[in-house]
Design a binder for this molecule. Sequence first.
Ligand code: MN3
Length: 236
Amino acid sequence: MMNRRTFLSTSAKFGGLLLLQTVGFGCQPEKPGLSLTLTPLPYPVDALAPFLSEDTVRTHYEKHHAAYLERTRQLIGRSRSGAKTLAEVAAAARADGDDALFNNAAQALNHELYWQSMKPGGGGEPTGELHKRIQNGWGGYRPFREALLAAAREQFGSGWVWLVAKGGGLEILHTDNAETPAVEGAVVLTALDVWEHAYYLDYRNRRMDYVEAFLDHLVNWDFALRQLQSTVDEPS
Ligand code: MN3
């Protein structure tokens, strides 16, 4: 580990080049470590067709998702938190009672999770630890799928359906608007956007057709397994 003294003596060897760094040393940017750039989609914009059209994905990503992030960027200046992630920004905004910043930061985070929760050629029954936990929790994939469909059906108005890791098991949740278990520290395995903008161009009012297509053809269980593995790998 390099302290200030060794840093300065190292700098001296490199003369003027590192002078700039020496001047900047100890100065903190306004929001250190916080990146508010739009994460690239993990697949081409037309890769989820025909289950989600290029038009739907492009509009959702380039307009809705990008706007949440841009609004977060605009609002973050008024937050005094040292938040380094979108989850921390949203949690701090909630603690401050800043609903606008919470909503936009949480939605930016939710959409990052949503894009990762799908892949071309996804869907169907998961394997490995996920399969085991589904067996333990629901007795099989069919009742598990029914429980996810029920959560989507129960969600009145805009919101999200979630699969999260809980204890040694799994939990299905649904939340309103921007509300998200990711801000409460839950490990999200799957995020399913059930706002109308997620499906209306392709499915009109048929939300459940979209949800079934998500589960049967799009959901990325590899991502869910990786997320689950991150909870197992954590030292206890
Ligand atoms: Mn959305």
